[in-house]
Design a protein around this ligand. Sequence first.
Ligand code: NAD
Length: 369
Amino acid sequence: MTETRRICLLPGDGIGPEITAEAVKVLRVIGEREVMTFEFNEALLGGIAIDETGTPLPEETLAKAHAADAVLLAAIGGPKWDTTDPDKPRPEQGLLGIRKGLGLYANLRPVKIFDALRDASSLKPEFLEGVDMLIVRELTGGLYFGSRARETDVPGAATGGGEGMRAYDTMEYREYEIERIVRVAFDAARTRGKLVHSVDKANVLESSRLWREVAHRVAQEYPDVEVVDQLVDNTAMQLIRRPAQFDVIVTENMFGDILSDEASMLTGSLGMLASASLGDGTALYEPSHGSAPDIAGQRVANPLAMLLSVELMLRYSFDMHAAADRLAAAIEAVLAEGWRTRDIADTSTLPQKMVGTSAMGDLVVEELG
Ligand code: NAD
């Protein structure tokens, strides 16, 4: 008997529907091979949801997301809905709303160098040998969610000693918040290189000292995984100096925000970066790029970040590691054969085999056999 997995699709705006079509195409083929039925349920999010319902995250969308086994989101937003009027709905509110609604506290971003795209990186190719890391960022705590305020008329706050303004943000972590995210990192490391860098600023911050204490406690449950404590400033440097030393990096919200953007640039191509956001219920998968309104409708968008998001979904929501490996290998093979969408074409090594969105999806399907 075939099993069924329900996927809530959120194509969103811009190139979103184009790359979603490729994901569905690839999942159908994988489903046939794996004797697994993928059931798709589409819902509205972002600009299109504003147009059709007046709100960026309709209740029906959140209900469909909760009811699914996984959510696959393409991208939202575009100039049509850009507004500075605080009373008007914005597509981004839909994105934040669905992350909050699903209780997604862990953001996973793999950074992998595809051999065929090595020249796209701003680092010299010899530094990129063996780079394959996963950044696990805490997503619902820390400085971005702690108490904050701006005060006026504070004595001595103005230049020259008069009354002026003062603002503060607080980096707060509760034990359980650290424990659950560190666990995500150790579980992931078990399926990869069995090494976790726990990144903090324990030489200065109390929240980091708690982070380190809890990380060490959790580490005892994973004797097969090596754990290394690293200060965040050192990590920022090591990512550029010797990125291949990392397997899994786990860190708090703001450190992770900055480090994951730094690390993503090792690949040099936005169209190749996927992400997973996990909580205790339905997880959400999405490419790191936006809705690319400048090329929407031209059928030239790169669908690979979306397909790499599908790979993460197979791994983390469906435990289909062999199928995920096959998809990753298929993408690698297509690139190795020289096939490129416009955004990853290297004009210095022409001729290359340029294709559009749909043809790139077809090539991956062909490789999957
Ligand atoms: P963007 O990522 O959409 O585009 C940046 C550049 O990269 C553009 O030149 C675009 O054409 C190109 N690009 C992006 N993805 C591509 C792909 N798959 N294939 C080929 N080229 C690709 O970022 P932006 O231009 O700053 O933002 C555009 C809109 O997307 C804005 O409304 C923004 O708010 C929104 N956005 C949404 C998300 C999300 O849905 N998670 C993330 C970032 C930005």
